[in-house]
Design a binder for this molecule. Structure first.
Ligand SMILES: Nc1ncnc2c1ncn2[C@@H]1O[C@H](COP(=O)(O)OP(=O)(O)OP(=O)(O)O)[C@@H](O)[C@H]1O
Length: 284
């Protein structure tokens, strides 16, 4: 990937360690990638490969037991050494996050409207009325017209697809430049999955966002991203332009993922078993 003038995010030599009683255990090893405005980067790997640790390190919401080192440069500011005031300003406003499971990310006893207006008042300094109007516009933008009365609803009253649309509306409410979506459609059926991913791409284009799409599904990522990083057990297996990686995978692990990848709306007849042990980092 070229590091040009439009680079928004540069992850350089990122390591993440989990602190355990017997000592630190590394779950992300020397990971580097960059992302330009208006582009989508896929981070792909099976469960436990370090995708969420990478995402939460960028967001500054790593679990207490985890420590990150290296550099995460956002518009040239190293997020790993930024002051908490700088971080607060960036996370949740400049950098938006879409969680896998909106049911646990959204507050159960606050209405959707109340949850939406809070960050807009804090980060954008809007009045209650302005924030409510903007919430209405944002919901409309993600395909929920004001007539649905969603602002007055609670999360448990919405369908899975509606919840994810609400999360997306919230994630773009403070005009982020970067959006990180961690398995945003895993809990949804194939038709809704496609609608949500198409919506994310439309927002990326309309708002000139940079988007990181995290998924275990290389087939899905291949349809929605410009570049891809393939991870296994915390290591980068390969990265590059998505179509290039799909057409000529350098790593046997990527080939295995491709064979296992379900396409949108089509499940594979049988999942091949990938023998991970033969891709141990020392052999690469
Ligand atoms: N809160 C935590 N405490 C201790 N270890 C953790 C914690 N969260 C993740 N890990 C460990 O860190 C490693 C990387 O996990 P991570 O969640 O980043 O993987 P992932 O690729 O996102 O997988 P998944 O798709 O299942 O979320 C795994 O070995 C996992 O067990």
């Amino acid at each position: 990937m070229n590091v040009g003038e439009k680079v928004l995010l540069e992850v350089c030599d990122l390591n993440v360690d989990i602190l355990k009683a017997q000592g630190p255990s590394r779950v992300v090893h020397s990971l580097s990638f960059s992302l330009e405005a208006g582009k989508t980067l896929g981070v792909v790997g099976e469960s436990g490969s370090g995708k969420s640790m990478t995402a939460t390190a960028i967001m500054g919401i790593l679990p207490d037991v985890a420590v990150a080192s290296g550099k995460i440069l956002y518009k040239g500011i190293n997020l790993l050494t930024a002051t908490s005031a700088e971080r607060r300003k960036l996370s949740g406003s400049e950098i938006g996050f879409i969680f896998q499971e909106p049911m646990s990310a959204l507050h159960p006893t606050m209405t959707i409207g109340e949850q939406m207006i809070r960050p807009m008042r804090m980060h954008l300094g809007l009045s209650k009325k302005q924030a409510r109007d903007r919430a209405s516009d944002l919901l409309d933008l993600v395909g929920i017209p004001p007539t649905r009365g969603v602002q007055g609803s609670y999360v448990h009253q919405l369908s899975g697809g509606m919840r994810q649309r609400v999360m997306i509306a919230m994630s773009i409410s403070c005009n982020p430049a970067l959006l990180i979506a961690d398995e945003p459609t895993t809990a949804l059926d194939a038709t809704i999955q496609k609608q949500i991913l198409d919506l994310l791409l439309k927002l990326r284009d309309d708002l000139d966002l940079a988007l990181i799409l995290i998924s275990h599904d290389l087939g899905l990522v291949s349809q929605y991203t410009d570049d891809v990083v393939v991870m296994l057990d915390g290591y980068e297996m390969e990265q590059g332009a998505t179509q290039e990686v799909i057409a000529n995978p350098k790593s046997g692990y990527t080939q295995g993922l491709l064979e296992a990848a379900p396409r949108l709306g089509r499940q594979p007849h049988r999942l091949p078993v990938i023998d991970k042990s033969i891709y141990s980092k020392v052999t690469i």
